[in-house]
Design a protein around this ligand. Structure first.
Ligand SMILES: [Zn+2]
Length: 150
């Protein structure tokens, strides 16, 4: 199981262009309170860190399923998240919706999981060979968090 944060090269491109995928200007801000779920390194922001809110379209979706939505990232390049790092430790206390997509980028299945036992839901979805990638999303706001692949 690989945990896939937003690729650093994609973020470098957005920062260099000064625009996100929806054409919004790239505007770093100070996250005074902290606690924003960062999709670049899959942890919560610390009070005072520089972050940016960008529109992002996660890979693995296509056609009408190619949703674009808001995500927080570090304003500048960070260390990222290792694919073999397992479920992000700072997201263990969150429920998540897991959406499975097929090789044509269509949603095939979905589950609600507790972060403490997310691996059980991931294993169930990835046991179906038709499911090639799983996206983890927030329960109430629906925002994309990260992807999971075999
Ligand atoms: Zn980061």
């Amino acid at each position: 199981m690989d945990i896939l944060a937003i690729p650093a090269a994609q973020l470098d491109g957005i920062r260099a262009a000064g625009r996100d995928v929806a054409g919004n200007g790239y505007r770093p801000t100070v996250d005074r309170a902290g606690g924003s779920p960062l999709r670049c390194c899959l942890r919560l922001s610390r009070p005072g860190e520089q972050v940016a809110l960008i529109a992002y379209r996660p890979a693995g979706t296509a056609g009408a399923y190619a949703e674009i939505g808001p995500v927080f990232v570090h304003a500048a390049a960070c260390d990222g998240y290792p694919a073999d790092g397992g479920w992000p430790p700072e997201y263990r206390d969150r429920q998540q919706v897991l959406r499975a997509y097929d090789d044509r980028g269509r949603i095939c299945d979905a589950l609600l999981v507790d972060g403490a036992d997310a691996e059980t839901g991931i294993a169930k979805l990835l046991a179906d060979p038709a499911n090639v990638v799983v996206h983890s999303r927030n329960v109430l706001y629906g925002c994309y968090m990260f992807a999971i692949s075999r």
